[in-house]
Ligand binder design. Structure first.
Ligand code: S3P
Length: 431
């Protein structure tokens, strides 16, 4: 499917409820399935990635039923999973492959994890290394560093390790903590910069023996988790497209409802505010995670510097922030861009190719920074590509709003990954 998106002829107005958080939806199914007892997950994201997680646990014998916008899960405990009858196909979902590997590393049965073309190119050494140190038998079946992965069942517990992760990655951290549940003793992971902490929060809530400070998290293994209901907040990474749209389309005034405001995810709000955005947050009462309503009004922006340590707090929002930076007055420098190159697409390359077609100037500096020369009032309309990456498709749709005509965006089915209703939500704000 392709989109044709016309420049915005009038301001964006109104409000939307952004879709449920992808990271938390994955974790609710994964940790809910291996917790003991029944739980309800309210506001689950029925997008492609999370459905791959759901199907995987169903294939391993967990009873999961859909009810309206939520799920009921009959958690089977740490040893409640059964060998699936075939390979587990994980589509485009890096979170499923990396975090699930931690759980599977501690099972007594063997599994094979496969993915689509993009997932089969993404680096897996980052989880293979710590899991192997823990005594897991995990190997890329076609060599190299990539899926398909074979995880051979083991008959004894994993070994606890103290792991220094070379990458600030919540997927790696969550994988090691998940494996730590199946290890004898205390497993710890230390990150170079703090990443999102949804796993730690959920494990704490499920009664795990877990301790943490900013960079190190420690878990004591072989202890059952207790099932607890989970309420999934709105996904700030999906709201981000509209934070930027509301800021750059003249005279806009919109509200995004029930957005997850976890401190380790709100980098986008901090950076946009630094750039001069007009954003007002009203905090609401959230249980597991803080939530709030976010009002966004048009405001001219100025360039900024995004430091490497900020990156994990806004990693998925960088594509749409690049669009904002092109509109901002002056230069924006984004440091620590290496991780962006190993996402669903090489996001430095895919954003650069698209935005250059629209007349923007952006250039890599060294191997870890991106420099954007902003100041555009209108982008040139162009034919753009998602490169099969949901966040590129949606970022370019936002860029199209401030173009001088109509943009075509090719291959946009990938938005099903995280935001199936993106197009209709955008239309709602435009009407
Ligand atoms: C995620 C962590 C991030 C993010 C991804 C979801 C998660 O990846 O980019 O979309 O749910 O833990 P990394 O951990 O690789 O940075």
């Amino acid at each position: 499917m392709n989109w044709k998106i016309n420049k915005a002829e009038k301001p964006l107005k109104g409000e939307i409820i952004v879709p449920p958080d992808k990271s938390i939806s994955h974790r609710a199914v994964m940790f809910g399935s291996i917790a003991k007892g029944d739980l309800k997950v309210s506001n689950f994201l029925f997008g492609d990635d999370c459905l791959r997680t759901l199907d995987s646990f169903r294939a391993m014998g967990i009873e999961i039923t859909r009810e309206g916008s939520g799920l009921y899960i009959k958690g089977g405990g740490l040893k409640g999973l059964k060998a699936p009858s075939g390979n587990l196909y994980l589509g485009n979902s890096g979170t499923t492959m990396r975090v699930l590997s931690g759980i599977l590393a501690g099972q007594s049965f063997t599994t094979i994890l496969t993915g689509d073309e993009s997932l089969s190119k993404r680096p897996m050494k980052r989880i293979i290394d710590p899991l192997t140190q823990m005594g897991a038998l995990i190997e890329p079946m076609e060599g190299g560093d990539h899926a398909p992965l074979k995880i051979t069942g083991i008959k004894k517990p994993l070994k606890a390790i103290n792991y220094n992760s070379p990458v600030p990655s919540a997927q790696v951290k969550s994988c090691v903590l998940a494996a730590g549940l199946y290890a004898e003793g205390k497993t710890s992971i230390t990150e170079p910069f703090q990443s999102r902490d949804h796993t730690e929060r959920m494990l704490e809530c499920f009664g795990a023996d877990i301790k943490r400070d900013t960079l190190t998290t420690e878990i004591n293994g072989l202890k059952e988790l207790k099932a607890r209901d989970v309420e999934v907040p709105g996904d700030i990474s999906s709201a981000a497209f509209f934070f930027v749209a509301g800021t750059i389309v003249e005279s806009s005034d919109i509200i995004l409802r029930r957005v997850g405001l976890n401190r380790t995810r709100i980098g986008i709000l901090n950076v946009l505010e630094r750039m001069g955005a007009n954003i007002e947050v009203t905090e609401l009462h959230g249980k597991l995670e803080p939530i709030g309503d976010v009002a966004v009004r048009y405001s001219p922006l100025k360039g900024t510097v995004i430091e490497e340590k900020e990156m994990p707090f806004l990693i998925d929002e960088i594509p749409v922030l690049i669009v904002a930076a092109c509109m901002a007055k002056g230069e924006t420098v984004i440091k620590g861009i290496k991780e962006l190159k190993v996402k669903e697409s090489d996001r430095v390359k895919t954003m650069t190719v698209n935005l250059r077609k629209m007349g923007c100037e952006l250039e890599e500096e060294g191997n870890n920074s991106l420099v954007i020369k902003g100041g555009y009032k209108k982008f040139k309309h162009a034919e753009l590509d998602s490169f099969g990456d949901h966040r590129i498709a949606m970022s370019m749709a936002i860029a199209a709003l401030v173009s001088d005509g109509e943009c075509a965006i090719n291959s946009v089915d990938c938005v099903e990954t995280s935001y199936p209703n993106f197009y209709s939500d955008l239309q709602k704000l435009r009407s």
